[in-house]
Design a protein around this ligand. Structure first.
Ligand code: ATP
Length: 281
């Protein structure tokens, strides 16, 4: 089942250019992860430049954490194991975690990605904690600690969560680099929209800045859904026109997307996170 969770670097299909905004985060991840994975020889001298074994991405949902994790694997030339997509964790925890880390050490450089890490490696839940959860967490940490030095330089555990406060202290300690991925401001929404709409047929001089201002509180994922809803409008219009005429066009050409399509689509796709900008001051 690890094989199904594995994507080789040349099959991931997204890179940093596909992630809009988050420039500082990309720069940090480059220094922290891609460079040591691509050029380990530069990091094998002295004690100051030690590649890190664990990175945590945290912040509200839909802000691009998963996208960023995949893009990072491409940039680092690393295999990507997304263990979130594995459904059989609750089998033999000890066997599974050992197998995972030994599988990973044969595939270096490799990034082991755990989305919603709070649910797999969450806080100690007191007496009511599920025995299986406790066992998985302990086994995972033991296998992680047991990485040989030569492997630990080229195996990274990359975790993501919307609920960092639910994480176990022992897990947090093993993720020494914690990077906050927040909701984009207007400038960053402009950058994300430019990435999302790079291949769409937009009216000339499309006002990305106006759309960014009109989408306060939208996450990257909300912006994507808004773009999909807007792109559907010319299709809907064409279908309407065909219905009126009673026949379909053989080679239909769709009109260019206009700012107004996006503004109208806002009634269908709003900001998914309750967020009141005025109360932040
Ligand atoms: P969750 O916490 O809900 O898992 P997430 O932070 O991992 O969310 P993603 O799943 O990466 O968010 O984002 C969902 C989709 O939104 C992405 O596949 C992408 O299409 C779009 N998206 C989000 N952020 C960006 C961005 N910065 N640039 C381009 N697209 C983005």
């Amino acid at each position: 089942n690890f094989v199904s969770a594995l994507i080789p670097p040349d099959e991931i299909g997204v890179r940093f250019d596909d992630v809009g905004a988050l420039e500082d985060v990309k720069r940090t991840l480059n220094e922290l992860v891609s460079l040591p994975m691509r050029r380990p020889e530069l990091f094998s001298h002295g004690n100051l430049l030690r590649p890190c074994k664990g990175v945590l991405l945290f912040g509200p949902p839909g802000t691009g954490k998963t996208l960023l994790a995949k893009a990072l694997a491409t940039e680092a030339g690393a295999n990507f194991i997304n263990i979130t997509t594995m459904d059989q964790w609750f089998g033999d925890a000890e066997k599974l975690t050992k197998a995972l880390f030994s599988f990973a050490s044969r595939l270096t450089p490799v990034i082991i990605f755990i989305d919603e890490v709070d649910s797999l490696l969450g806080a100690r839940g007191g007496t009511f904690e599920h025995e299986a959860t406790r066992r998985i967490r302990n086994e995972f940490m033991a296998a992680w600690d047991g990485l040989k030095t030569k492997d630990s330089q080229r195996i990274l555990v990359l975790a993501a969560t919307n609920r960092p406060f639910d994480l176990d202290d022992a897990v947090i300690r093993r993720l020494p680099r914690r990077i906050y991925i927040g909701l984009p401001d207007a400038d960053n929404r402009t950058k994300i929209l430019k990435v999302l709409l790079a291949r769409e047929n937009l009216e000339p001089d499309f006002r990305f800045d106006k759309l960014a201002i009109a989408t306060d509180g939208y996450s990257g994922s909300d912006l994507k859904n808004l773009c999909i809803a807007a792109a559907y409008r010319p299709v809907e219009e064409l279908l309407e026109a065909e219905k009126e005429r009673g026949q379909s066009v053989v080679m239909p050409s769709l009109r260019l997307l206009q700012l107004d399509d996006f503004i109208k689509a806002k009634s269908k796709v709003g900001a998914s996170i309750a967020y009141d900008a005025t109360s932040m001051n």
